[in-house]
Design a protein around this ligand. Structure first.
Ligand SMILES: Nc1ncnc2c1ncn2[C@@H]1O[C@H](COP(=O)(O)OP(=O)(O)O)[C@@H](O)[C@H]1O
Ligand SMILES: [Mg+2]
Length: 324
C-alpha cells in the first residue's frame, strides 16, 4: 500500500493544462521529493491531495482509499505561503490549529511546547509570529501542520528564499521529524541539493508531468558517470595502473591524455586510498578532479530545461552539493 497514489491526473485552469497524466506512487515511511522548476505543477498537485482543488480526471488514493474527510485528517500540510497569523504568538498559533483539528486542549498544550522546542522555537514561544525571522517563520508554518500528529506531512517549498543557515536548520528538522514521528514526508523543491540530501526517492516534475522517478543515485546515473581524474609527476602510470584497477570498488582505471581516469561507485570515498597508493609509488599529485554528475544535469538531459531559469533571482550563488 502506498501513502499517496495518483494515476493519470489531469487538471486544467480555464483551458490551460496544469497537470497532464500525472502518475505517482509514494511509499509509506519515506521522504519523497517532487523536484521541478517554478510553474511545473507541484503546488497544484499538493492542493489536489489536500482537497483544496479537484482534478478534472484521474484517480487519487490516500493509504489505498479514495480521499475522504477522515483520511485527509491524516495529512499535515505546510503550504508554500506561510499560513499562520502574524498577530498571534507562536504558541497561540499552534493552539489555534489544534482547535481546528479537534485536538483536546491539554494534549495540545503539551504538543505545542514540545514542537516549538524541537523546531528551535522554544525561546520564541510567546513572541508574536510576525516578529520572527524568515527561517523561524517557515518552521512555525510547519509546526502548525504537525499539531494533530498527521501520518503524511507535506511541505511545499520548505526552504525557498531562505539563507543557507536557515535552510540547514530546516533540513535537520525534516530529518528529526521523520525519525521521531515515523511518518511519510513529501516535499516539493526546486533545489536539487535539497532533494538529494533529504529524499529517499525523487520524482522530476516538468510541465505538469512526472518525467522520471528514482533514488538520487539512480537519477544521477542518467546524467552520466562520475570520473576521478588525477595527474601526477613523474607520471609513470603504467607501473601501477593495474594496482588501482584491482582496488576494491574500482570499476575501471585507464590512462588517457596523460591522466589517470578512474571510474567507481561512490567515488569520493575512494580518493584517500588512491592518493595513498600514488604517494607510495613516489608520485607527486599535480591535479585531482571529480567530474560529478548532478541531479540538475540529469534534469536537463531529460527535459531540456533547467531547474531554476534564473539562478541569480534571489541573489544566490549556485550551491555546491554537500557530501553526505
Ligand atoms: N488558480 C490558478 N488559476 C490559473 N492558473 C493556475 C492556478 N494555480 C496554478 N496555476 C498555473 O499552473 C501552473 C503550475 O503552477 P504551480 O502548481 O503553482 O507550480 P509549482 O508549484 O511547481 O511552481 C502555473 O503555470 C500556474 O500559473
Ligand atoms: Mg509551488
Amino acid at each position: 500500500m502506498y501513502a499517496i497514489e495518483a494515476k493519470d491526473i489531469v487538471k486544467t485552469y480555464s483551458e490551460k493544462v496544469t497537470l497532464y497524466d500525472f502518475s505517482i506512487k509514494i511509499p509509506m515511511g519515506t521522504i519523497y521529493g517532487l523536484l521541478g522548476p517554478n510553474g511545473a505543477g507541484k503546488s497544484t498537485f499538493i492542493r489536489i491531495i489536500d482537497g483544496l482543488e479537484k482534478q478534472n480526471s484521474g484517480v487519487l488514493k490516500i493509504f489505498g482509499e479514495s480521499p475522504n474527510k477522515r483520511l485527509r485528517k491524516q495529512l499535515g500540510i505546510a503550504p508554500q505561503e506561510n499560513s499562520f497569523h502574524g498577530l498571534l504568538t507562536c504558541f497561540e498559533n499552534l493552539m489555534y490549529y489544534a482547535e481546528l483539528y479537534g485536538v483536546n486542549r491539554g494534549e495540545a498544550k503539551q504538543r505545542a511546547e514540545d514542537l516549538l522546542k524541537r523546531l528551535g522555537l522554544g525561546e520564541k514561544m510567546h513572541a508574536r509570529a510576525s516578529w520572527l525571522s524568515g527561517g523561524m517563520k517557515r518552521r512555525l508554518n510547519l509546526a502548525c501542520g504537525l499539531m494533530h500528529k498527521p501520518k503524511i506531512i507535506i511541505m511545499d517549498e520548505p526552504t525557498t528564499g531562505l539563507d543557507p543557515v536557515s535552510r540547514n536548520q530546516m533540513w535537520n528538522v525534516v530529518r528529526d521529524i521523520q525519525k521521531k514521528e515515523k511518518v511519510t514526508i513529501i516535499l516539493t523543491t526546486h533545489y536539487m541539493e535539497e532533494a538529494e540530501l533529504l529524499c529517499d526517492e525523487i520524482s522530476f516534475i516538468n510541465r505538469g508531468h512526472v518525467v522520471v522517478t528514482g533514488t538520487p543515485e539512480k537519477l544521477k546515473e542518467i546524467a552520466g558517470k562520475e570520473f576521478l581524474r588525477i595527474r601526477s609527476r613523474p607520471g609513470e602510470y603504467l607501473k601501477f595502473i593495474k594496482m588501482i584497477q584491482d582496488m576494491e570498488g574500482i570499476e575501471s582505471a585507464t590512462i588517457s591524455d596523460g591522466e589517470i581516469l578512474i571510474e567507481a561507485k561512490n567515488l569520493p570515498s575512494k580518493i584517500s586510498s588512491v592518493t595513498r597508493l600514488l604517494d607510495d609509488q613516489g608520485e607527486k599529485i599535480l591535479d585531482l578532479r571529480i567530474s560529478k554528475a548532478t541531479l540538475e544535469d540529469a534534469f536537463i538531459k531529460l527535459t531540456g530545461s533547467a531547474l531554476k531559469e534564473d539562478k541569480t533571482a534571489h541573489g544566490e550563488k549556485k550551491l555546491k552539493v554537500t557530501p553526505k
